[in-house]
Unconditional design. Sequence first.
Length: 82
Amino acid sequence: MGIEMKAQTISKETSDKISFVSYIVPAFADAYKMKVQDAFFYLKKYGGWDFLNEHWWALHIDNDIWAVRDIYEFCVQNGGRR
């Protein structure tokens, strides 16, 4: 009566997205002198998380500084503090 576990793999695109998001959120936090958790909640509150998830493909090929700035500017346009 054992439970069989079926191994699943994720696509390269999903793996790349996870890697980028895992990198860029702490980079965002560092750039704007926040704790990583605070940066995550800021991104969630002002739409940056959705922007990041929707546009990660374009953001990840940009310079990290510009990617962080683009995410920040999007949040500011949605009520985030400057």
